[in-house]
Ligand binder design. Structure first.
Ligand code: URA
Length: 216
């Protein structure tokens, strides 16, 4: 099987995945879309209502905002790969629970292994913490470059947060502008944090006991 066939076969398995409780409430699983050999992969938190209805990622209000901002910096939806840390909509758009993220992790790892992106853009806190390190916080660590397993990660704020607050919208737009800068030049070694170097945070995030990852 070639890469396209492997990604399609993976998507078919994801569409019938029974591995966590989100399978019981989904309309459609949302495996992900895009270019099979994309240099850049965007990984969000999880499908919302419109994604659940259509089976495609980032097609709702926040997805449209992300795509229009990316268009402005010359990135087209068709040339990147877009997916989420969980492939099924959490009811009421709640943050995915730790066990749901863990159950879905092999799907995401397989997608990353097949696409082999040079850059991954974690969109929002849960994606950053899942993909890079639980010790990171999106509001502190956004627009920085991390490296793990040879892949460069450039986290950005979630567009849903930007839609809720004009101040966060400015920061989100700043993240997109920084993303453009990082993608258009050589990134120096001194700008890259290898994830082993990330210091543990001194106190637990407020929601850690609840088993969920915090959006910010
Ligand atoms: N749509 C998605 O597919 N993912 C998100 O994280 C938000 C909206």
């Amino acid at each position: 099987m070639d890469k396209t066939e492997l990604l399609n076969a993976l998507a078919d398995e994801i569409r019938v995945c029974p591995l966590c409780r989100l399978a019981e409430t989904r309309t459609h699983a949302v495996p992900g879309d895009g270019e099979e050999s994309a240099q850049i992969m965007f990984v969000g938190e999880g499908p919302g209502q419109q994604e659940d209805e259509t089976g495609h990622p980032f097609v709702g209000k926040s997805g449209k905002l992300l795509m229009s901002e990316l268009q402005k910096i010359g990135i087209n939806r068709r040339e990147v790969f877009i997916t989420n840390i969980v492939k099924c909509r959490p009811p009421g758009n709640r943050t995915p629970l730790a066990d749901e993220i863990a159950a879905c992790n092999d799907w995401l790892s397989a997608q990353i292994a097949l696409v082999e992106p040079k850059f991954i853009v974690p969109v929002g806190g849960p994606s950053l913490q899942t993909l890079v390190s639980k010790n990171l916080r999106i509001t502190r660590d956004r627009s920085h470059v991390f490296r793990r397993d040879g892949i460069l990660f450039i986290p950005i704020l979630h567009p849903a947060a930007a839609l809720r607050s004009p101040d966060t919208m400015k920061l989100f737009q700043e993240d997109i502008a920084n993303l453009k800068k990082f993608l258009s030049r050589e990134i120096g070694e001194s700008e890259i944090t290898d994830i082993a170097e990330v210091a543990p945070i001194s106190k637990p995030a407020p929601d850690e006991d609840g088993g969920t990852l915090s959006l910010f």
